[in-house]
Design a protein around this ligand. Structure first.
Ligand SMILES: N[C@@H](CCC(=O)N[C@@H](CSC=O)C(=O)NCC(=O)O)C(=O)O
Length: 309
């Protein structure tokens, strides 16, 4: 599992390095990731913020388009950008549909035998990447770790964080998300993923990988969650799609893929107020990286509160 360096790029006085290694979690295929190490790491290990990208993206998307590096350099925080799925696993049909298979690993561990050897992004992100980075002696302190993500990656951020609280590991100090898939067992993207990857189908996904269901199970443990959205919603009542100016807003939200109001309602019903689960709504932006880069610095500073506490 030793790391090979693919490229090194200086940015904001630190360095963004692309690595690759043969991934055990992903069934022996090469996995790539980007790691930004800020200049202050010369003086000792730094905390880390993980960014999980969305469907059709890679380890490069957030690094190149998210505008996270400047704020992270300022805060003295490392950034870890994993890929979104195994690549070249050779599973029949994995390249047929942009919503499933390559580029669409959904940050879970597959239990359907067809996918289970390779499609284990949960273990890859939560266990394997910290292990290989630590084993390589890189100056990252994984006891101070937070997580963020976009769309499918926002689903990953929320579910990895909530699962780590429910399982007691508290691996992440805080979570945030840009336009996340919030209730995947009730949206087409999530249904496709759960039916395909999981032997137990949607029921297994609902139990293990659905942020809206996971938040309902939390005991009154403190949580730190920031979510930014690009639609208009109020608890329990999504506004009609013609509320949006033509050409603006988030088409995936309008198509019922994201379901943020379900998550917010579940969180509020569980007793979490706007300090613990903060959801902000930004009308007129779309689902893409111009939206993410507009609010990226806010997310880095939000996580810095907990990573540097
Ligand atoms: N090809 C698709 C659109 C795919 C898409 O919108 N991907 C999003 C993430 S969606 C949820 O996970 C993305 O981040 N794209 C990269 C970008 O640079 O914007 C279609 O036909 O709709």
């Amino acid at each position: 599992m030793s790391l090979e360096t693919v490229s090194v790029t200086k940015s904001f006085d630190g360095h963004l390095t692309k690595y690759k290694f043969k991934s055990t979690a992903l069934g022996g295929v090469y996995a790539k990731f980007n790691l930004f190490i800020p200049a202050n790491a010369a003086a000792g290990k730094v905390p880390v913020l993980v960014f999980l990208a969305g469907l059709e993206c890679s380890e490069d998307t957030g690094a190149q388009k998210g505008a996270f590096i400047g704020p992270a350099a300022k805060e003295g925080i490392a950034l870890l950008f994993p890929d979104t799925s195994p690549r070249g696993a050779g599973v029949e049909g994995e390249d047929d549909d942009w919503q499933f298979g390559t580029g669409a690993g959904f940050y879970l561990n597959a239990t359907n035998p067809k996918w289970a050897k390779h499609y284990n992004m949960l273990t890859h992100v939560t266990v394997e990447l910290p292990q290989v980075i630590e084993a390589a002696g890189l100056p990252v302190d994984f006891t101070r770790q937070s997580i963020t993500g976009h769309s499918m990656g926002g689903h990953g951020s929320l579910t990895l964080y909530l699962s780590s609280l429910l399982g007691g590991s508290k691996q992440y100090r805080s979570a945030s998300a840009f336009a996340p898939i919030c209730n995947p067992s009730k949206c087409p993207w999530g249904e496709t993923a759960f039916k395909g990857y999981l032997a137990g189908g949607i029921a297994e996904g609902q139990d293990l990988y659905d942020a809206t269901e996971l938040v309902k199970k939390l005991p009154k443990t403190p949580v730190h969650i920031l979510i930014d959205y690009v639609g208009c919603f109020v608890i329990g009542a999504v506004l009609p799609v013609d509320h949006f100016v033509q050409g603006t807003g988030d088409k995936h939200y309008k198509n019922g893929q994201l379901l943020p109001d379900n998550f917010l309602k579940a969180a509020r019903d569980q007793g979490y107020d706007e300090v613990q689960v903060r959801v902000r709504d930004h009308e007129g932006y779309d689902h893409g990286y111009y939206f993410i880069s507009t609010f990226g610095a806010d997310h880095v500073h939000f996580h810095a509160n907990f990573l540097k506490a």
